[in-house]
Design a protein around this ligand. Sequence first.
Ligand SMILES: Cc1cc2nc3c(=O)[nH]c(=O)nc-3n(C[C@H](O)[C@H](O)[C@H](O)COP(=O)(O)O)c2cc1C
Ligand code: SF4
Length: 424
Amino acid sequence: MDKPLTSKLRGDGTVVDIAAYERAGGYEGLRKALGLQPQDVTEIVKRSSLRGRGGAGFPTGLKWSFVPMGANAPSPKYLVANADEMEPGTFKDRVLMEGDPHQLIEGMVVSAYAIQASIGYIFLRGEYHLSAQRLRAALAEARARGYLGSNILGSGYSFELYLHVSAGRYICGEETALLNALEGKRAHPRTKPPFPQVSGLWGKPTIVQNVETLCNIPHIVANGTDWFRGLSLSEDGGTKLYGVSGKVNRPGLWELPLGTTIREILEEHAGGMRNGLRFRGVLPGGASTDFLVEEHLDTPMDYTQVQKAGSRLGTGTMVVLDDKTCPVGMVWNLEHFFAQESCGWCTPCWSGLAWTEKILLAMEQGTAEKQDLEVLRFQTKFLAPGNTFCAFAPGAVEPLQSALKYFSDDFRRHVDEKRCSWRQ
Ligand SMILES: Cc1cc2nc3c(=O)[nH]c(=O)nc-3n(C[C@H](O)[C@H](O)[C@H](O)COP(=O)(O)O)c2cc1C
Ligand code: SF4
């Protein structure tokens, strides 16, 4: 099976340098792209059915087609790699950047060429020190070989790419908050419209794209859309990096066809549950997605099917709940994180999440009252899409709303018995 994103990664954890990257066919996608018209590159990506791997799953080529093109287009245009990756349980972009930084750089130059951006930034999570070190070295290598800078490979096209290390808040991953942070402003989300494709960084057309999304681009251009669509078991193209954390035998990350079932990922790749523990549920796409349970194990992990099952593909990195872990405690832990990370811009979010976290903690400590269950249910509606300024708050209550649906007995027992029975 083809694993374009990870096949070059080294088992010993060392980095793929530029010589090894070129030997494996690296920068061939860029050479091919530079021989095409920019709009043709966008058309190829559109036909490939690549959807964004950062969480929302928006079709990548379609997003690029909104960028103004031609001599009268605003200038400069920007391309930003979203490498913030602060979603609890998610570590896929780190693996790509640490192991094979040139893949991201090539993906960015090809993408920038398609939209005719002249400046790019990699917006990197502050804690990713090894990624920063390896990306800096790879940027220097790429510049020295003529893959970056002015007149790339003699094509007449120029693109400068900079690494920006984030000061560090979860909300910086939301693309418009990220743009504010890059501009040196407070990192709160911006109103949309206008969308960044038209008015982004410093008011100029900007594409923000997830690291995994960008890493796919050179392979699509080099190998074609039929090849890319053929990698997938679903209607959308490509492979997907799927991760599993929790009490399984082999927590990890695997590149598999998009649409591989949850069961196959958990049982074959993650080695099943550890030490006789039983599977109880899974957050399929990182912390801010709804729980799925046993009846959903045969769901293909793609955008459409996971949504049909009642959750979201999100980042594709799963967090597993077993039968010896308290679901209320697990959800409290997540809401504690989200309450801390609210950017404070709108009241339902900063106030609602703080309240939610307080009630969940009271349940764990045995001091919650019966009516608190209703307050929790109310909060999930209060923070639903449309009631807050950005998608952070609705995402934050997804694990809670689904836990209240699937594990309601556990919540009730905490209130009735005034204790958490897992703590005894
Ligand atoms: C609170 C919040 C945090 C986010 N964090 C990230 C992140 O760390 N990385 C990422 O790629 N997308 C993140 N996103 C999604 C981005 O806003 C955006 O949709 C994405 O970067 C677009 O890239 P894609 O189309 O390649 O997925 C986040 C969204 C929200 C609402
Ligand atoms: S929903 Fe939360 S994170 Fe988003 S703008 Fe409002 S306060 Fe900030």
